[in-house]
Design a protein around this ligand. Structure first.
Ligand SMILES: [Zn+2]
Length: 277
């Protein structure tokens, strides 16, 4: 972990862009969730993180001006649950998209303003533009800091860990399309939900696309070898390069790859088994 990613430490990344890391480090969240504070006169908090009292207190302490907006990339439990308590403390407006049905969703997040793709939040100091990026989560928004050419990527692109695509809310075809959307943008910096800044946005997005398609090729090879197989059988072969302790999580992304192949007409499912078409 780099020094700037210690929980509670405030790092000024650029003028009017500060980062605080939540104390929720894990193998899924890396060093912890990045909470960003934008603006100096009026503040937008981007991804307040998990509902940990010490983190919420730290955000309030660090904010040297009124917090007017709480902006959320998506409603997984490490990104949005602090929003409600922070809004109660500050009166800030909640902005983002509501949680879809399903497990691992923060239903407590009730946005007062729901952003569609391309809609903007403007203050005297900055303009944030919502970029709908489904794939990791169907309601996922990245936020472009206009003029600066920064993109806050939430869990769409992380630094240092692989994004899990967990069906049915997670969808691999959508994820790849959303990565291509980011790769086509004119950006100079990615500010992820976990890990350090990424200063080669297009290259980062293209690398992930390449990595995912290589994994897909391994799925096809494994199915060709095994004929018919379950996800549990396939994971040993397809994720042989990944530690066995990660295989349970990897099974979710593997299922997402299989569903993509099914959507593409290249694989078919019969109950719990998969075969190539
Ligand atoms: Zn997430």
């Amino acid at each position: 972990m780099t020094a700037g990613l210690q929980p509670g430490l405030v790092v000024e990344l650029d003028i009017g862009v500060r980062r605080i890391v939540a104390p929720n480090a894990s193998f899924m969240t890396g060093p912890g969730t990045n909470t960003y504070l934008l603006g100096n006169n009026e503040i937008a908090v981007l991804d307040p993180g998990p509902a940990i009292a010490a983190h919420i207190d730290r955000i309030v302490e660090v904010a040297t001006a009124p917090i007017r907006w709480i902006v959320v990339t998506h409603t997984h439990p490490d990104h949005s649950p602090a929003a409600r308590a922070l809004a109660e403390k500050t009166g800030a407006q909640l902005i983002g998209r509501p949680a879809p049905d399903g497990p691992q969703q923060d239903k407590s997040f009730k946005p007062q303003r729901i952003l569609e793709d391309g809609e903007e939040l403007a203050s005297d100091e900055f303009v944030l533009r919502a970029v709908h990026t489904p794939g990791h989560a169907s309601n996922h928004l990245c936020y472009e800091l206009m003029d600066r050419r920064w993109l806050f990527t939430g869990d769409h692109i992380m630094n240092g860990s692989t994004v899990v695509i967990n069906p049915p809310d997670g969808n691999m075809n959508d994820y790849l399309a959303s990565l291509r959307k980011v790769a086509a943008m004119d950006l100079c910096m990615l500010a992820p939900g976990h890990g350090e800044l990424l200063d080669e946005p297009q290259r980062a997005a293209e690398w992930i696309i390449k990595h995912r398609l290589e994994r897909e090729a391994r799925v096809i090879d494994a199915l060709a070898l095994l004929g018919t197989a379950t996800v549990e059988e396939l994971v040993e072969t397809v994720y042989a390069d990944v530690g066995a302790f990660l295989h349970r999580v990897a099974q979710r992304s593997l299922l997402a790859h299989l569903i993509k192949l099914e959507e593409d007409g290249r694989a078919q499912r019969w109950v719990d088994t998969w075969t190539l078409v």
